[in-house]
Design a protein around this ligand. Sequence first.
Ligand code: ATP
Ligand code: MG
Length: 161
Amino acid sequence: ICVDIEKIIYKVLDFNKINMENHEVSYQFQDKPLLVMGDEDSLTQIMMNLVSNAIKYSPKGGKIQISAWKEGEYRAISIKDEGLGIPADSLNQLFSKFYRVDNSDRRQIGGTGLGLSIVKEIVTSHKGDIRVSSVYGEGSTFTIRLPIGVNLDEEDLLLRA
Ligand code: ATP
Ligand code: MG
């Protein structure tokens, strides 16, 4: 199935808007519509976990930049925040089940440590991948890649033309 991830992004942001008083969101979308292969519920879950982390781990607010672009057969989607960032020695464990960064800057922030492991599982089952880059104390960028979606209606039309 093929889904427009732009719609999912707006839905997820709307759902999170009560926690976003101090955040400023910007969008950089290339090659619209942002079709990817996947089902709506799974992709909503991915975006929900990444966006809620971006908000939760930038308690002072700041910019959240959401971008999408093409990388070969894949569509890349990144969520960049200006929050607490991730210590370099935590990066390789980040996607493990129940792993949480245990630093004084975030001990007050609750969670189960499952969000990113679920994202990784869904992305992998969709034949995509996820990567993270972060500077501790400055912010984080999570980038997922998913196979570009083909709109079957359009393809049908082309075949018939
Ligand atoms: P849950 O998502 O299950 O409620 P959680 O947010 O702690 O709990 P994950 O989403 O898996 O779990 O994230 C794992 C850890 O990675 C977090 O505890 C947090 O320290 C760190 N982390 C995740 N996203 C960010 C981010 N955008 N900025 C800074 N740290 C992050
Ligand atoms: Mg989380």
